[in-house]
Design a protein around this ligand. Structure first.
Ligand code: ZN
Length: 81
């Protein structure tokens, strides 16, 4: 796809693509946002910066994003370390 070449020439786009982790999918799936066929996804940690002290929300979480369009896609990882 020509779209990939365009993105790689932009330094800002490259920086925004850095993620803490990448996970390989057991078989390819299509991104619901950009329809790219994915064989891996990016995982970005959520760090809590502000919370109501009565909140029962977990301290940490993660966002799973499409490596092509950077949009958040539905997925789940097992286990909170
Ligand atoms: Zn996508």
């Amino acid at each position: 796809m020509a779209k990939l070449e365009e993105l790689s020439t932009e330094p800002e786009a490259q920086a925004s693509r850095e993620a803490e982790a990448e996970y390989t999918l057991e078989y390819p799936v299509k991104c619901p946002c950009c329809s790219a066929e994915l064989d891996m996804v990016k995982v970005v940690r959520l760090l809590r910066t502000r919370v109501n002290f009565t909140s029962t929300l977990p301290r940490r979480g993660r966002v799973i994003a499409c490596p092509e369009c950077q949009k958040i896609i539905a997925a789940e990882l097992a286990g909170f370390a």
